[in-house]
Design a protein around this ligand. Structure first.
Ligand code: SF4
Length: 300
């Protein structure tokens, strides 16, 4: 792959992650487009450059193609070299070279949870969640949000709890954060229909407060059973709370990243919550690295 193609793909990735600005340093927009192969770029007054990167690339002669399965990225500090290195067609490095993290999985299941572990389908879980009174959250929530997506997904996304939009519609990860998640998934060639998306808690905590330990204890068997039924190859945990809850740790998300944890035997990668990315764009880059790591595991 030549440098121009690498640059074009890199710009596409940044756009897909929601970035709308690019610092060109001493380059003008026209110069940058020429570097990308814009032999026919018109003067600015004749053809204003679009703020949409995809449109700008198309106007510059770049062909908006289907996304590669693992686009190249420049090497990045603070991430194991195996994650950051190599173009899409580079030989995959064995996962054994990626640091192993925490292994979590309850061997002893509370007798009172047994009925959950005997639920046969995701629909059965959703039906039980809809009538669940195991904690008080059902009293204040508008709708249950059991989870959505492909019941046979290889890629599972787990967040903390429904927010206001999710509570209203009964669907996880909608609204702005959900839209960003959709873009992140698209960057590794996954649609929302390809994955299964769920939260640790199935009802919204009032005012989006943090879930209480007792709520997590009584609700998490639903998630565990969902994982057992979906049988994903990899789980992507979004945000500090989801990561710390699933892994039963207080280790910061910054230290949990870049490792392959195990949750009930399934490889689990930790990254920032899309809502946090909306507040802090600096986390988009590490998030993209984490998603690439999850994608690498998925395609092993
Ligand atoms: S949050 Fe979980 S445990 Fe609490 S009522 Fe809803 S489904 Fe039941």
């Amino acid at each position: 792959m030549d440098a121009r193609e690498s640059l074009r793909r890199y710009l596409e990735q940044r756009r897909e992650l929601g970035e709308s600005e690019l610092v060109l340093d001493t380059l003008s927009v026209e110069d940058a487009l020429k570097l990308l192969g814009a032999a026919n770029v018109l003067p600015r007054e004749e053809a204003p450059v679009s703020t949409d990167w995809r449109a700008a690339l198309r106007a510059a002669g770049g062909v908006p193609e289907a996304r590669p399965s693992m686009p190249s990225m420049p090497a990045v500090r603070d991430v194991p070299a195996v994650v950051a290195a190599g173009p899409a067609d580079a030989p995959r490095v064995p996962l054994g070279d990626i640091p192993a993290g925490i292994a979590m999985g309850r061997s002893n299941r509370a007798p009172g949870d047994q009925f959950i572990y005997e639920l046969a389908t995701l629909e059965d879980i959703a039906a039980v969640v809809a009538k669940c009174t195991r904690c008080d959250l059902y009293r204040t929530a508008l709708n249950p949000v059991p989870g959505t997506g492909n019941p046979n997904a290889d890629f599972m996304v787990v967040g903390e709890a429904p927010g206001a939009d999710e509570d209203q519609q009964g669907v996880p990860f909608i609204g702005k954060a959900g839209q960003l998640l959709t873009k992140i998934l698209a960057a590794i060639n996954l649609s929302r229909d390809d994955v299964f998306i769920a939260n640790v808690l199935k009802h919204r905590p009032p005012g989006n407060r943090n879930p209480l330990p007792d709520e997590v204890t009584v609700c998490s068997p639903y998630l565990v059973r969902q994982i057992e039924l979906v049988k994903p190859k990899v789980i992507l945990a979004l945000g500090t709370f989801a990561a710390q809850t699933l892994l039963e740790t207080k280790i910061t998300i910054g230290k949990l990243r870049g490792q392959v944890h195990r949750y009930h035997g399934v490889p689990l990668i930790v990254t920032y919550h899309p809502a946090a990315l909306l507040r802090n764009p600096a986390w988009k880059r590490p998030t993209w690295e984490d998603v690439q790591l999850a994608d690498r595991i998925l395609r092993q």
